[in-house]
Design a protein around this ligand. Sequence first.
Ligand code: F6P
Length: 382
Amino acid sequence: MSPDSIKRIGILTGGGDCPGLNAVIRAVAKTAMLQFRMEVFGIEDGFQGLIENRVRPLSFRDVSGILTRGGTILGSNNRCNPRKYCTALLPDGTPVFSDVTPTCIKTIRDHQLDAIIVIGGDGTMCCAAPLVEAGINVIGIPKTIDNDLFGTEITFGFLTAVATATEALDRLHSTADSHHRVMVCEVMGRNAGWIALTAGVASGSDMILIPEIPFDEDAINQNIRQRMEGGPGFAIVVVAEGARPAHGAPVVARIDPTSPDPIRLGGIGQRVADAIASRTNAEVRTTVLGHVLRGGMPIAADRILATNFGYHAISILMEGASGRLVVRENNVFSDVDLLVSAGRQRLVPPNHSLIIAARAVGTSFGDRLSHTRGAADTSSVV
Ligand code: F6P
C-alpha cells in the first residue's frame, strides 16, 4: 500500500501497563492527525479489542492532556494471544485454545484500518506476528519496564521504573542504617536484571542479584557477615525477581495457562532473606516492590522517549515501512524487522560496563568475583 493511501490507523497497547503508554498514544495520534490528517482509532484492551470488535474513534481532545498520565487510556491485556486464544475452560480447568487471527483481521478490515500501531513488549510483538504474516501493516513500538526487548537499547517505561525503585531503595537505606539490618528488596524484570542492576547502582545498594549472574549463597553470607561485623553494620540487597542460585531455578509465583507467557516470577527476595537470616546473625526484612514499578507518571526522560518513538512510528509508516519495530540503537532512532525481534529477550551481558563499574566500587553480585574479566559490553542503559 502506498503511504499516500494510509488514511485510517488503529492504536493498540498490549502486555503489562507501564509509565509512558499514554505519552506514546498521544505522540502517535497527534502526529497522524496534525501532520497527515489521518483518522485515528483506539483498540481497547490490546488484542482483546480486535477479537471482540471493540474499536473506537479517537478525537484530538481524547489524546490531549494525557502526556503525564500513568496506565493507558485504551486499556491493556497480557493474557490474550490471538494465535492461541483461550475460548473455553474444561471442567478440570484446562484451557481450550483456538487461533482467532482471522477474527482480528476481520475487525481491522471492517474498520478499514490501513495500519495498526502496536505498542508492547516481546509478548505483544509475538501476538502481532501473525497479523504481519497475513499482510496487515503493523508498526511496533517497544514498551516494557523490563527493558528486555531484543533489537532496541531501551524501551519506554523502564527509566520511570528505575527511578521508582531507586527512591524505594533510598528509603530502605534509612531503616537499614538506623536498625542495623539487612534490607532485601525484590524488583520486577522477568528474566532480565536491568531494573535491579540500574536501580541497585543508582541507590548504592551493597548487593545486586540478577538472573544473568546466578548467585552463590555462601558468597552472599560471607559478604553480609563482613558488612555486619567489620563494616557499616547494615546492608541493602536488591534482588531481581528472576534471580536464581547457581544450582537452582527461578522462583515461580504462579502459572497462568491462558497467558502467552504463562510464568509469573516472584518470591526469590524472601528466599534470599530467609537464607541470610538462618546463616548469619543479621536481622533481615524483605520488601517486594511488584506492580508499584509499573504505576504513576512517567519521568521526563520517558515522556521524551515516548514522544520520539510515537513520532518515528508514524514517520516510518509514511515512508512506506511495514512490519517494522521502532528502536533506539546508539542513541539513534531507527527500525528493525518486527518478526526478528518478536519473542526474543535482551538480557544483561555479565560483562556489561555498569557491572564492571559496580564491582569496582565494591558492589557484590552474590558471586565470588570482585572484578569482571575480558572486554566490556558498552551498550547504553539510560
Ligand atoms: O513485563 C512486565 C512485568 O511487570 C514483569 O516485570 C513481571 O514479571 C510481569 O509483568 C508481571 O505480570 P502480571 O501483571 O501479569 O503480574
